[in-house]
Design a protein around this ligand. Structure first.
Ligand code: HEC
Ligand code: SF4
Ligand code: SF4
Ligand code: SF4
Ligand code: SF4
Length: 583
């Protein structure tokens, strides 16, 4: 009764959790463009997209990814053999236990009508699968706590599921061990299954079970004489053998049984095996109920993320499906840390102590932000720092074992913050290149917005960056500025410039406008010239400096070897230094 209540409660929580979680895939959104798409439209697009994909040749790709990446876990194999072994052990071992042991009434009995949990090969296989899971858990502990993989951050969630799994496994082995030695269980069985009725036979059968099956009897103790054992064997063969292989096959539990056998009689009296039984099942139920809310939910979201990413393409897929995929991907994250290990700027974490520099942690923050749609200003600054320090190198996306397109996530998060009115003024230009490449995804107003906000903020905060239209006093030549630039090898190359305008002709930003100087203030070659004559204010105010994509086309094209782009970066840094000094 109690067992059924627990089971149905756990199952209901699991199903409700599952439903709620999956519904968030269609309700939450990451990128600014996806916020406007209604849930019903996203649901419909997902159904339509799935059906169309299954009916198209892409189904072959899905099949390939399912076998290689989902079943064989190719991505983890490439990343680390040890991690692959760990994952295969936990996931494979547990699945086998689930199918053969936990669902024995539904699956194993249907497939093998003679099935008994105490009979080989099942008895042995249960131990083997359990051992495999334990091995996986051991490797997991070793990786996280002994090997100390760099930048692998452990959070509470990482521990909960491992602890639940460990409790399930350990209580299972202990339970089996105490059952083997239990005299009460033995007696119940004899009452149920034997036709033994005389005292001598009772004793013979019990002696045989004490001798060969590890039962600890309060009355009988070996060594037994041959005759008794022979009779016991005979009785065993007629009454019990059909369902019982030797418990030695369950070698772990048998080991446990041997260890606890001195205490067996008192444990039997205290009904320890009922306690262990309750613990074992309770841990299973807690695991089941907690699954949709834990990191383990990746069992469901991970394969879906891998499959979706293998057939979806940001340019061609329905925007509604991209929005759904992005939220689903966040549930697929296993917090494995592979992305952080390979991140180009991960090393900065050691200096800056902002966890959001690491993609695995940034992912967790972005997930929290997406669920609540808001965060404290300080937290947003932290996430933003992580987002802007990212170099868009794509390594995280390449190594992620569940195929999450992290690059897209970072881009959309930056845009979301910008459009929510959280511009990050000073680092804006480092992401412009990426923004420029994705310009067609944003409407013009959205694209311009941060640029305007940046110039406005600079103008308001320090007066360094007035609007382009304000006339400037050209009389103030600044010699210290030129000296500053000459301190670096790249910076000093500005003096080679002979104003040929090739850089400006190569510049995609300048090419964007009919009348570049009017919009941009100065064009690249004019900035080089203004540098040579020492007019920092003029340069800092020019929109060109701040809209530069960092694409290096100008530098590549310059016949004089002027490091144009590097100089632009040096100038931006100089401007920021000055602002910081003033404020
Ligand atoms: C119809 C099959 C069947 C027969 C016949 C049978 N048993 Fe069992 N027995 C089982 C099953 C199944 C379990 C495990 C029950 C559980 O999981 O609690 C078990 C459990 C036990 C246990 C507890 C230890 C353990 O491994 O779980 C003992 C002891 C035991 N049986 C003794 C006997 C004896 C002695 C006989 C013969 C008189 C006998 N059984 C006949 C099916 C059988
Ligand atoms: S794209 Fe950004 S977050 Fe990802 S690895 Fe490169 S620098 Fe790190
Ligand atoms: S994003 Fe991918 S690589 Fe990074 S922690 Fe999550 S699952 Fe691992
Ligand atoms: S291409 Fe080189 S030399 Fe020509 S204007 Fe630009 S920086 Fe000067
Ligand atoms: S790097 Fe040079 S070419 Fe590229 S946008 Fe900046 S100024 Fe223009």
């Amino acid at each position: 009764m109690f067992f059924s209540i627990c089971l149905y409660t756990a199952l209901s929580i699991f199903l409700l959790g599952l439903f709620w979680k999956i519904s968030t895939w269609f309700r939450y959104s990451v990128g600014p463009g996806s916020r406007e798409i209604k849930t019903s439209k996203r649901l419909f697009a997902a159904i339509k997209g799935s059906i169309l994909t299954i009916l198209s040749p892409k189904v072959l790709t899905l099949l390939k990814v399912f076998v290689l990446d989902v079943l064989f876990q190719r991505r983890i194999f490439i990343e680390s053999r040890l991690r692959w072994l760990m994952h295969m052990c936990i996931y494979g071992g547990f699945m086998l236990l689930l199918l053969m042991h936990a669902l024995e009434h539904f699956i194993t009995i249907t497939l093998f009508p003679d099935y008994a949990s105490t009979l080989n090969p099942f008895l042995f296989l249960r131990t083997l699968f359990g051992l495999i899971v334990m091995l996986g858990l051991g490797i997991s502990f070793y990786r996280r706590h002994i090997l100390k993989i760099p930048r692998l951050i452990n959070n509470a969630m990482d521990h909960y599921m491992v602890i639940i799994l460990a409790v399930i496994m350990i209580s299972g082995f202990l339970l089996e061990g105490t059952k083997i030695v239990s005299h009460t269980r033995y007696q119940e069985m004899v009452e149920d299954w034997s036709d033994v009725d005389d005292e001598e036979s009772f004793e013979a059968l019990e002696s045989y079970w004490v001798e060969k099956f590890g039962v600890v009897s309060p009355d009988l103790e070996g060594p037994f004489d041959e005759e008794t054992l022979d009779l016991g064997k005979e009785l065993h063969e007629t009454n019990c053998e059909a369902c019982h292989s030797r418990p030695q096959w369950a070698f772990i539990s048998y080991g446990v049984a041997k260890i606890v056998s001195p205490l067996a009689v008192s444990m039997d009296k205290a009904d320890v095996h009922t306690i262990l039984w309750s613990l074992h099942f309770l841990a299973c139920f807690v695991g089941l109920a907690y699954l949709p809310f834990s990191r383990m939910f990746h069992i469901i979201a991970g394969p879906l993320s891998l499959l979706a990413n293998s057939v979806m393409d940001r340019k061609r897929s329905d925007r509604a499906n991209i929005a759904t995929r992005q939220v689903m991907e966040m549930d697929a994250c296993t917090h494995c840390g592979a992305c952080s290990l390979h991140c180009s700027v991960g090393v900065l974490f050691e200096q800056m102590q902002n966890v959001n520099i690491l993609p695995s942690e940034k992912m967790a923050s972005v997930k929290r932000f997406t669920a609540n749609r808001t965060a404290k200003e300080g937290d947003i600054k932290h996430i933003q720092e992580g987002l802007y320090l990212c170099t868009n190198c794509c390594k995280c996306t390449l190594v992620c074992p569940v195929g999450i397109n992290l690059q897209d996530l970072w881009f959309d998060m930056r845009e979301t913050f910008i459009q929510d009115g959280h511009p990050e003024v000073f680092t804006l230009s480092t992401l412009s290149f990426y923004r420029g490449l994705r310009k067609d995804e944003l409407n013009e107003k959205d694209y311009e917005k941060p640029l305007q906000q940046a110039s406005q903020a600079l103008a308001e905060e320090c007066g360094l960056f007035d609007s382009v239209d304000t006339p400037i006093d050209l009389g103030s030549l600044d010699e210290s500025f030129e000296k500053d630039l000459r301190t670096s090898a790249q910076g000093s190359t500005f003096s080679f410039c002979f104003t040929c305008t090739t850089c400006t002709s190569a510049c995609p930003v300048a090419l964007n406008y009919d009348d570049p100087p009017n919009v941009l203030g100065l064009t690249p070659h004019q900035i080089m010239r203004a540098t040579a004559i020492g007019l920092p204010d003029l340069i800092f105010r020019s929109k060109m400096l701040w809209t530069c994509l960092g694409c290096y086309q100008c530098q590549e094209a310059c016949p004089q070897g002027v490091r144009v782009t590097d100089i632009l970066y040096a100038l931006k840094n100089m401007a920021i230094r000055r602002v910081k000094e003033k404020t």
